[in-house]
Every structure is written in C-alpha cells, then in structure tokens.
Design a protein around this ligand. Sequence first.
Ligand SMILES: *Cc1c(COP(=O)(O)O)cnc(C)c1O
Length: 428
Amino acid sequence: MSTPLQVFDQAHIWHPYSSPTPALPPYEVTAAKGVILDLADGRQLIDGMSSWWSVIHGYQHPDINAAMCAQIERFAHVMFGGLTHEPAVRLSQRLLSIVPSSLAHVFYCDSGSVAVEVAMKMALQYQHARGETQRRQCATILGGYHGDTWHPMSVCDPQTGMHHLYHDRLMTQHFLPRPRSRFDDAQCCDEDKNALNDFFVAHGERIAAFILEPIVQGAGGMWFYHPDYLRHLATCCKAYGVLLVADEIATGFGRTGQWFAVNHADITPDIMCLGKALTGGYISFAATLCTTEVAHTIASGDPGVLMHGPTFMANPLACATADASLQLLQQGTWQAQVQTIAAHFNDTLLPLRTRDYIADVRVLGAIGVIELHDAVNMAHIVPRLVAAGIWVRPFGRLVYLMPPFVISAAQLTDLTDALIGVLDGLYA
Ligand SMILES: *Cc1c(COP(=O)(O)O)cnc(C)c1O
C-alpha cells in the first residue's frame, strides 16, 4: 500500500536515473538516525549505502547538528562575490592541512558535477595561459564516472554514460583501457603501463588534462586498480605537461582506508575534486583544489580570472557543516572503524567467490563489492532487501556495500547476513 506522499511522488517527482512515470513507488523515509532509516510503514533498515558515499558519520550526528544550528543562528548564506566569512576560511584551513601539501587554492561549488566542470575549465585555462592552445582535449580511462553535467559526462564511461544518446554533442575525449591490474596484485602489469606510454607518445602534446578517479572507480563499475598505475600516470603527466586531475568525490575522506585515495600511491595531483562526504552527507557541497602553479598561471594569463561563480559559492551553512565533519574525522576514530568494516567484509564477502552465480568479490576499506554474472532485476531484489531489513541499492551486475563508518559490529553482521541471505535466496 502506497502512502499519499508516495502516490504524489510517483506521479510528479523525478528520481535519479529513473522514468518520469515509474512502475514502482520509492520508499518513504520518515526519520534517520545513526545508521538506521525509518520507513513510513514502521520498518527500520540498516543503511548499507551511506546515501551514496556521503553519510560517513551516520544520520543526525550531534556535533554536526549543533554546528549547523549554530551557523543558522548567525547567517545561513551571504554572497561570496566581494565578501568572505569565518566558515569558509576555517574550512579551507582545515582542508589544506589534510590534502596533499602542494594543493593551495580552493574553489567551492554546489555539487560534484560542478566541481568537475570547474576542474576542466581550470585545466583548459591553465594550458591557454601557457600558450599551449593546442591542448583542447582531456583523457581518462574507461569505466569512470565524473558526474551528469555536460563536460563531466564526456569523460564518463561511454557505455554507462550513454554517449550514444548524445552522439556528436559531447566534447570528444580520449579513453584508455581500464587498468586491469587489481589493487592487491603484486604489481601493475606491463600492459597497463604500456597503454599509458603509447598514449602519451601519440597524444601527450595535445592533451590539457588527464582526469580519473584514483584507485577506486565508483559508479562506473566499482573497480579497484593498482597504485603503481596511478604513480606511472603521474610521471607521464609531468613529462608531457599534462595536468593530473584526481576526482576524489567518492573516494575522499577515509572511505578507502586512507584520507584520500591518492595517498595509496603517494602522488600529488595538480587539481583535486571533493564532494559527497565533504559535509558528512548533510548538504550538497563540493570543492575543486589546485596547486599554486595552476592558480598563478591562470592569474597571469588572459583574462586572468576564472570565469565561474555559483550563486551559493562557499555557502556558510555548508562550510560550517563540512568543517564539523572534518573535525570529527580529525579525531581519528574513522581509521579503526574503516579497518573493522574492511576486516568484516574480507571475512564474510570474500568467501562468496566460490558461489556459481558470483563472478568476483572485491574489498577495499569500507567498500565491499559483489559482482554477479548477470544484471540484477531491481523489482525483484530491492523489496527482498528491504524485507530483510537493509537498504542496499545494486546497479547492473554490482551489489555493493559502503555503510557509514559508525556502524556497529552487530549491525555489520546483520547487514552482510541479510544481504547474503537475499542473494542466495534469489540466485543460489
Ligand atoms: C558522485 C560523483 C560525481 C558527481 O557528484 P554530484 O554531486 O552527484 O554531482 C563526480 N565524480 C565522482 C567520482 C562521483 O562519485
């Protein structure tokens, strides 16, 4: 039985990647606290998704709630053109103290996709300012995801990004094969490195930037590749004057077991995009960071300014929220929490590799991925997951878990037990 809210929603409101006239109504959430989502029908679900990578400290964390309320009592927003405020400065100081040290300039915007737009603009403008006007294209690897607005879409995986729909309208970019060396392989294979070498020899002089998700490819296929690939790429970029853009929107803030995924390879990107968990999942916010070299080169070129300035740039409420989330991370308990989640996934998920219906299982940090041989039928699997008391949203052949870091040992066990029960019930 649908609630009145569900009926109206189904008739009038778009949801992510969905039909405007969907067959099934969405579930109605009435409250969320810790790692538990309350549904209108009284059911309680353990959240296995962190609301798409973002709610790392759980719902309604008292410190973040308090920081938001305090900022609302001061001011929720002022324009950022010609004005500044303590929340923006404090957050920037804290951010710059945790990201790779060569990053020194911060651009705030509303969402991850816009942060990627800004990164691509920065890269093109940087090359233009250096007189490298032939560098007009970007390069990336297959299987990536960088957002849904126009330029980010052009560097998403062409198949999952639906490039055929927008044929001739998207900017043409260069795609390299997805690195095949797994994160935990002994080393990065020659094939992966040679693909980079060959590409840079052929195209290195015409590329403005190489953009990719470091180590973990998220929404494009949940694939974890070898840190040496990233190291080799960083070397190639440097040799050919190509900027390296790390899209850490999904991987940033501890999810992979390091503060940032680039830390696994000990590299420094020229530009880095942050979003998702930046505010602990409270409110939409993102940032694009760059080196002094990039910022000062843009300043010295024509027109000398970056032509981008969202209405809600550096929104004080979002800055205060992000600062509270970062303070929690700086207390350091996330590291043990992520390790506990990783150990639990290793114990419970990796043995599933022997199941006939399962093609692969991968675990890194607080991310557990089960890849099936065939795509799931969402209408079949989602109601069963909800009936089993968990919120998990598979896509295609991928069923994956990335719970809030604060999940308890008992809740973790319930989450994986319920998931394995549903999968075995459907496919074993
Ligand atoms: C989610 C995501 C984006 C887009 O962020 P939005 O806030 O949804 O616009 C970009 N890049 C990566 C790697 C992401 O995971």
